[in-house]
Design a protein around this ligand. Structure first.
Ligand code: EZ4
Ligand code: CO
Length: 416
């Protein structure tokens, strides 16, 4: 079975997605997600200009060999653009192999280790009453684990908080009217937001106090710090949140600095998660071998595909670290399906982030995965279980969009 052709599809049903489709000489097709939010066309070009010309005629069954050929053969290794492109090829070839076998991908990864993958949803509010409403809606929609983000008094819109309020939002419970609190706004320039870490650190413990008072001790609660703290600030936050028993504190400090986690770890027993901006197992060596984290946040889409993600999670398992794969709406349904097959198969599964895609996105990407009673399941459709509707994709042309830029109150550019 040879690769006959490959193409990228760039489409924007509510937000931008880049997808690779590989077709074999016997007519099978496979899909891979290559979406890099805010830098989409760089990956599309990497694939079209430098990868697709190398794929034609290759044996579609040789997934590991193709991965190494693209990774080692390029000489220039790692990086988000390269690894998203390799991820797309790898995922599409796994889709093809599983379709050829007539099996859902998770069967080729060892079969199901559980009945479904525990998902967490994103509750948010500009203030505490709005947040509590959003949590209620998520619980009513079946979520059994909740990420908690709120506005900070004195600041305008901040990361993770829906600008239009929690009701009926995307990512959310009912999949009703869509909102985006990571807007990747379609414009020539990014939106600019204002940030004050001390105000945030003062506010957040009271938020969790209110949530625990309302919903009790059992509900798993998560929080995303989005790389905004220094190590000592993160240590302080982790300590001040200990009474509220978080499932995890995510991305407390900027991702480049693995050693920063040593300092946080010395001070707090709040579990730590990091890695959504990582793209290689090598980003984790200090974190895993020194047991500085509890959850791996990488996505299949940004970390070299199913092959690389499986190796990373097996490495994490040696140190008792679990998966918590990134699942925002800028990971396409193809990337989400790939994550779900791994979630079901691996032993060291922790939790899966899940934001519902918009109705427009689901018109383009025909999915078969399910969400019921708080658990996601990839379905038993052969392959990944996602197909792309070309006619629908063509109705949503690409438009430039950027994530916000963050500044401190004195104007200094800060981490977003
Ligand atoms: O900001 O996916 O945990 N989830 C996140 C996301 C990221 C976006 C960036 O493209 O932090 O919302
Ligand atoms: Co995050």
């Amino acid at each position: 079975m040879r690769i006959a052709s490959a193409e990228t599809i760039t489409t924007s049903p509510g937000r931008n997605f880049v997808t690779l489709r590989i077709t074999t000489d016997d007519g099978l097709t496979g899909l891979g997600d290559a979406t890099l939010n805010g830098r989409e066309l760089a990956v599309a070009s990497y694939l079209s200009d430098h990868v697709i010309p190398l794929l034609t005629g290759r044996d579609a069954a040789r997934i590991e060999d193709t991965w190494q050929y693209l990774y080692r053969g390029a000489y220039w290794r790692r990086g988000p653009v390269t690894m998203a492109a390799i991820a797309a090829v790898d995922t599409a070839l796994w889709d093809i192999k599983a379709k050829a076998a007539g099996m859902p991908l998770y069967q080729l990864l060892g079969g199901a280790s559980r009945t479904g993958a525990l998902a967490y949803g994103h509750a948010s509010g500009r203030d505490i009453p709005e947040l509590l409403d959003s949590i209620r809606e998520h619980l009513a929609a079946g979520y059994r684990a909740i990420r908690v983000q709120t506005g900070v008094p004195g600041l305008g819109p901040v990361y993770g908080v829906a600008s239009s309020g929690g009701a009926g939002g995307a990512g959310g419970p009912g999949g009703g009217e869509r909102y985006d609190y990571e807007p990747a706004r379609r414009a020539a320039l990014p939106v600019e937001e204002t940030w004050d870490t001390r105000a945030y650190l003062r506010h957040l413990p009271g938020v969790f106090e209110a949530v625990r008072a309302e919903f009790g001790p059992e509900l798993p609660l998560l929080h995303d710090g989005h790389h905004r703290m220094t190590p000592i600030q993160a240590a302080k936050l982790g300590t001040s949140l200990e009474p509220y028993d978080l499932f995890w504190l995510e991305d407390a400090t900027p991702g480049e600095d693995q050693a920063a986690l040593r300092l946080i770890r010395q001070h707090t027993t709040t579990p730590l998660a990091i890695g959504e901006v990582f793209n290689s197992v090598h980003d984790y060596t200090t974190l895993l071998t020194e047991r500085l984290i509890d959850y791996v946040r990488s996505a299949v889409t940004h970390t070299g595909g199913v092959t690389a993600m499986k190796k990373l999670l097996d490495f994490a398992a040696v140190y008792g670290v679990k998966s918590g794969m990134h699942g925002p709406t800028d990971v396409s349904p193809v990337g989400m399906a790939a994550a779900l097959h791994l979630d079901l198969a691996i032993h060291n599964f922790g939790i899966q982030e899940y934001m519902r895609h918009s109705a427009e996105t689901l018109e383009v990407f025909r999915t078969s995965y399910t969400f019921a009673d708080g658990l996601l399941h990839p379905s038993d459709t052969p392959g990944l279980g996602v197909e792309l509707d070309d006619a629908a994709a063509a109705r949503f042309p690409y438009a430039p969009a950027y994530l916000p830029v963050n500044r401190l109150t004195d104007g200094t550019v800060h981490d977003w």
